[in-house]
Each structure stands twice: as structure tokens, then as C-alpha cells.
Design a protein around this ligand. Structure first.
Ligand code: CTP
Ligand code: MG
Length: 217
């Protein structure tokens, strides 16, 4: 059976709210609850662990873990608090709109292909250029091959455990867990995901998420 880790321990500096971001009200409940509800509807997930900021408690029916200094530190702490579930699906509480079928598709991708990880990702719609320190464009990337990576991210447990067993500076450099698996030589596949699975970073994102959830109801 699979275990799900929700990382909810960030402070939400860019949102600038009083409470930590994952506990800010969204559609009438703390943001993290949307991810918990989605995960409860995913077949094969039998444990949900939530990495928490100081002073917050875990949603009903989930296991609490203390958050880490950096995001991947929170993933590591949540995994340490989990039972022996394998595979592991990691999700940011800051993506409250992820639907149950996206988790299921990430887990299915892992099962159906020889890979260590499967990550939700949306095709990039902007043209992406690389510029140097002086803002001079050095190259234009081939957009057909570019994906904006999201969570959920599903992993075979031994691969994720090995990937997270690194020094703090490497952990701090990781913007997602898949990168840690990639740098160990692991194969990671992308799973097409809707752009609606947005990350709430700023107040604008919170408004958009509120509107999209309102449309669902
Ligand atoms: N996160 C975490 N532990 C940390 C940092 C982040 O569990 N030490 C979680 C956040 O709670 C969030 C996800 O990782 O669900 C993605 O991080 P981000 O969107 O950057 O959230 P915050 O770190 O809270 O926001 P900010 O960077 O604006 O402070
Ligand atoms: Mg952050």
C-alpha cells in the first residue's frame, strides 16, 4: 500500500498571512484539508502523514510529523514518521486543487513503467529563454520538451530514502524531491497534469484558487 506525505510546514512568507500558509482559510477550511480530502479518495493510499509548522496540529485521521528547516527536510521528517508504505507520494499543501485522479495517475505511472519517480507536470506555454548575469539572452529552449513540474510526485520508497540521505546543503538546494532522485541516477517520468493544479504562493494565487474551488461546488 502507498503512503502519502503532505508537506505543510512552510511559513508562507510570500503570502504574508498571519497563520502558516497551509492553515490559511481557503473555501471555508484550512488549505491543507483539501489535499487530505483528495488523498482519502485515492485507491491504494492507506496512510497520510503531514509535516507541520510549530503550533499547528495534524488534520483528523492523519499522522503528524515535525516540519524541517527546508522543504525536503520536511519530506524526510514525514517519511521517517510513516509506517512501511511503498510507494510514497509527496504533495505540497500549497497545491490544494490537485484532484484524486492525478495522485492515482502518478502512482499508476510508477507501477507501469521502469522508473523510480513519476511527477505531475504541465506543458510549458510560455517561451523560455536563458539569460546571463547581464540579462543577455544566451539561448531559447525547445518548448516542446519543457514541463512545469508540480506535485504530486510518486516514488519507489527505497529510491526516495536514498535520495533524501544527503547533506543539509544538498537538501536545501532541492526545489523538488525528484531532483534528489535524478541526481542519484534515478529515472523520473512526467505525468501530464492540468495547469489548474496551481501552487498558492501569493495573495493573487489564493484568490484564483478560491475562484476555482467555487466553480467546483
Ligand atoms: N514546506 C515545508 N517545510 C518547509 C518549507 C516548505 O513543509 N521548511 C512546504 C510548504 O508548507 C508548502 C510546500 O512545502 O506546502 C511548498 O513550499 P512553498 O510554496 O515555498 O511554501 P512556503 O515555504 O510556506 O512559502 P514561502 O516560501 O513563501 O515562505
Ligand atoms: Mg518556501
Amino acid at each position: 500500500m502507498a503512503v502519502a506525505l503532505i508537506v505543510a510546514a512552510g511559513s508562507g512568507e510570500r503570502l504574508g498571512s498571519e497563520r502558516p500558509k497551509a492553515f490559511v482559510a481557503l473555501g471555508g477550511r484550512p488549505m491543507v484539508e483539501w489535499s487530505v480530502e483528495a488523498l482519502r479518495a485515492v485507491p491504494g493510499v492507506d496512510e497520510i502523514v503531514v509535516a507541520l509548522p510549530p503550533g499547528e496540529s495534524a488534520p483528523d485521521g492523519t499522522v503528524a510529523a515535525p516540519g524541517g528547516e527546508v522543504r525536503s527536510g520536511s519530506v524526510r521528517a514525514a517519511l521517517a514518521a510513516a509506517g512501511d508504505g511503498d510507494p510514497v507520494v509527496v504533495h505540497d499543501a500549497a497545491r490544494p486543487l490537485a484532484p484524486p485522479d492525478l495522485f492515482a495517475r502518478a502512482l499508476a505511472e510508477l507501477e507501469q513503467h521502469p522508473c523510480e519517480g513519476a511527477v505531475a507536470a504541465a506543458p510549458v506555454t510560455d517561451t523560455v529563454k536563458e539569460a546571463d548575469d547581464r540579462r543577455v539572452v544566451r539561448r531559447t529552449l525547445e518548448r516542446d520538451r519543457l514541463w512545469a513540474v508540480q506535485t504530486p510526485q510518486a516514488f519507489r520508497r527505497p529510491a526516495l530514502e536514498r535520495a533524501l540521505d544527503v547533506d543539509d546543503d544538498v537538501l536545501a538546494a532541492a526545489t523538488d524531491d525528484a531532483w534528489l532522485v535524478e541526481r542519484m541516477g534515478g529515472t523520473v517520468r512526467v505525468v501530464p497534469a492540468p495547469r489548474e493544479n496551481l501552487k498558492v504562493t501569493t495573495a493573487l494565487d489564493l484568490k484564483v484558487a478560491e475562484l476555482l474551488l467555487g466553480e467546483r461546488a
